[in-house]
Design a protein around this ligand. Sequence first.
Ligand SMILES: Cc1cc2nc3c(=O)[nH]c(=O)nc-3n(C[C@H](O)[C@H](O)[C@H](O)COP(=O)(O)OP(=O)(O)OC[C@H]3O[C@@H](n4cnc5c(N)ncnc54)[C@H](O)[C@@H]3O)c2cc1C
Length: 487
Amino acid sequence: MLTKNKNYDVVIVGGGLSGLISAFQAADSGLKTLVLEKGRHLGGSGNYVEGLCAVGTEMQQKKGINYTPSQLVQAELDYSHYEADARSLKEYFNNSAETLSWLHKKIGIEFSEVTKLGSGLMTWHLLKGQGKEQIQNHLVPSVKKAGGEIQTSISAERILKDNRGQVSGLVIKNEENNAEEAISAKAVIIATGGFLNNKKLVKEETGYDPSKIININSGKNTGDGQKLAWAAGAQRVAKGTLMAFNGYLNDPTNPAYKYWYSEMNTAAALQSLLFVNEQGDRFVNEQVTDNFANCGNVFLHQNKVYSIIDQSTVNYLTKQRLFKSIEIYYENINKPFSHLQDQIDNALMEKLPFIHKADSIEQLAKELNLSNLSTNLERYNYLCEKGQDDDFEKDSHFMIPVKKGPFYAFELGIGAFTTLGGLKTDLNNRVLSDKGTVIPGLYAIGADAAGKLCGDTYSPNVCGTCAGYCAYSGRIAALDALKLVNK
Ligand SMILES: Cc1cc2nc3c(=O)[nH]c(=O)nc-3n(C[C@H](O)[C@H](O)[C@H](O)COP(=O)(O)OP(=O)(O)OC[C@H]3O[C@@H](n4cnc5c(N)ncnc54)[C@H](O)[C@@H]3O)c2cc1C
């Protein structure tokens, strides 16, 4: 037998951030609870999460931050052109401070500070030691202590329904030997973390070319939850939103996380220097990096993106200071990227595909076939000298001329953390059918359900909304399942 029992009140598909929080709420409420995790390890992409959105917390009050939930709802509605669901946002934000306090009091989750990222609001409540520390040290033990059963290397394959259309169980599979069996459940909660690692679904749901996208996540978010629910009659929502995360060094020979904290990646992608496209044309105010999702969007609409830096800028960044700090990653602007030159030299020595060096701009342009690069650089250097960006209104602080060879070009892909949505749910996170009716016993939470928080673009302006929603939706679904089971 793949599980300890054959019959459960609630089975949660996915042992990541939202699934484990939901499992704790279910088990703590007395439900016979099972978590299925297809990987060998728990935590999913949640292991990398830095912080959760909430409003009205003690941490914010201590810092004198007084946003109201309705202010945040309005910010999200405006940002999404009202594609986001006002009622869901309202419920989520109204309950967010209480959710964080519950995480702390009941599970022992520890938060270190409240901050922001880029141009966002101070709503990002950072987890001590990131998701991995809190999930592994507090969440997993709490689920077990509350009586929840957790099985790894077991995936959900199919949702079973009875002749009234009510969810009645699941077909599950042992990932090690492919053995399948059926278990029964009164409620199934889908928490598989979206479909970023499924190129076909990324293309179908977002319309973007997946070959440009560099996945910086667990690698296990393959859209299983969407496929399970669609096969069980769930509405396929046309809008799957990508949480794009800025430009990112495009190196197919190394795992994406290698560049996560690299000075070279930060210099090339996040210092708001000079970006050009496949023609060698500048296309945006490079301060767009202050909103990582906007930056992702503008990059996705180019065929190629290169960050162009000259030797004097490399020297400045390596020996003197940064042009801007990047919250929680590179906070001290006076601490230079002391490894930058070494990282560049190593990448060149290893002939990594994203980096190019030439003694002259003409040579660089020829090598990369950037027909307009020389002309555009002349113009850019002129604007830098003038101290005014007449083309894109970039702050003069970031108008750094590109004059002193050698010259470097870094090819940037688009980093991405997750997708949001693909399934439609009601306020209790019950999955809705094609007709908009509830599929009894079927729930979706976390990234699988978070599409309703945004439009076609994730909003980093209200920092941490996805992870905060993992906690909120996980609890709401478990509490609704409790009502269903007790009926
Ligand atoms: C690097 C990184 C940093 C992030 N930082 C933040 C942040 O600071 N703030 C924020 O708001 N958001 C952040 N996010 C986005 C989002 O909050 C996370 O992706 C979060 O982990 C989503 O939680 P989840 O439970 O939906 O998915 P996950 O945590 O990925 O959990 C899904 C789990 O389901 C399992 N699974 C999949 N299919 C099956 C199946 N068929 N059967 C059984 N199990 C299955 C997977 O193996 C995985 O363990 C970040 C994402 C990444 C990748």
